[in-house]
Design a protein around this ligand. Structure first.
Ligand code: FES
Length: 324
């Protein structure tokens, strides 16, 4: 679902630690939660750096109690959303969107491979449950840095049994992308959600195996990049902007704060609506979106400002009207 966001008030009903760094939030609205399909997320309005901003979090599983559940990984070096969420306690109020889905699960494929890295497991929980319930051939590869960070591992084991493979960095294990893809029958679909390097590896292995691009679906999270976030310079000559973007601030947030009426929708690097032309670059762009192609990332002629960052400084063009 896309289109304008309709906000509704929700109350934090409960929180629980899923792993040492992942907290699950149970959210109640005045009525029962709206129905949603696998891959859906909620947008949440949070007060970050003193002003309301939105963040997206995948919905976990299918509730039988009419309540929404999302899980948030604490990221001290992130853009502030996770820390704002972690400050919430039961009884606190916040505004949420209706469920939206930019990562829909096709139910028409002959078989499925699901791959998740870290907090990327969240949208795949309901995908695994949905496919297992339908009796569809499905396997899931779940990667995490440590054993204790395998979020929802018990839920997934109960649903998938031996069809779940867990790969843990601290055990010296690595995801065998080529091997996993080779084991997927022809025509099967791959769904990936994880940090940027994992998406890169999956896309590369998928292409090397000669698989159709239409059978690879992926989602990323905005805070995940190849380079550590750091402050950088931003110029937009058309609007006379010459500012610094803070390490915990997105390029889009900085533009909006500077009075630019910016176009955006997903704010997750997926829809491409926020892409701007690059006029000059002194440094490196850490492309964190999944909208632009690998070739476009290499060209550095456009940047998705909702998630991508820069090390150094950048000059952008913008057709945005400056607010009076
Ligand atoms: S708002 Fe969708 S890619 Fe940036």
């Amino acid at each position: 679902m896309s289109g304008p966001i309709v906000w509704t008030e929700a109350v934090v009903q409960a929180t629980r630690e899923v792993t040492p760094s992942v907290r699950e939030f149970t959210l109640a609205t005045a009525s029962l939660c709206l129905p949603y399909a696998a891959g859906s997320h909620l947008q949440v309005e949070l007060l970050i750096n003193g002003r309301p901003q939105t963040r997206s979090y995948s919905l976990i599983g299918q509730p039988d109690d009419g309540l929404y559940r999302i899980a948030v990984k604490q990221l001290p070096l992130g853009r502030g959303g996770s820390l704002a969420m972690w400050r919430l306690a039961p009884g606190d109020l916040l505004r949420i969107s209706a469920p939206r889905n930019f990562f829909p699960l096709s139910l028409a494929a002959p078989s499925y491979l699901l791959m998740a890295g870290g907090i990327g497991i969240t949208p795949l929980v309901l995908m695994a449950q949905t496919l297992a319930k339908r009796g569809a051939p499905v396997r899931l590869v779940q990667g995490a840095r440590t054993l204790s960070e395998l979020a929802y591992g018990d839920v997934l084991r109960a649903v998938l049994g031996e069809r779940l493979t867990q790969v843990v960095d601290e055990r010296g294990e690595r995801v065998d992308f080529a091997g996993e893809i080779a084991a997927l029958p022809a025509g099967g679909q791959l769904y990936v959600c994880g940090p940027a390097p994992m998406l890169d590896a999956a896309r590369q292995a998928w292409a090397s195996a000669g698989r159709s691009v239409h059978d690879l679906r992926f989602e990323t999270f905005g805070s995940s990049g190849h380079l550590a976030p750091q402050p950088f310079g931003l110029k937009v000559p058309r609007q006379g902007i010459d500012i610094n973007v803070a390490a915990n601030e997105s390029l889009l947030d900085a533009l909006e704060l500077a009075g630019v009426s910016a176009l955006s929708n997903c704010r997750r690097g997926e829809c491409g609506l926020c892409a701007l032309d690059v006029l000059a670059l002194d440094g490196v762009i850490d492309h964190r979106d999944v909208f632009l192609s690998a070739h476009e990332h290499q060209q550095n002629q456009r940047i998705c400002v909702c998630v991508s960052r820069v090390v150094g400084s950048i000059t952008l063009d913008s057709a945005y009207r400056q607010e009076a």
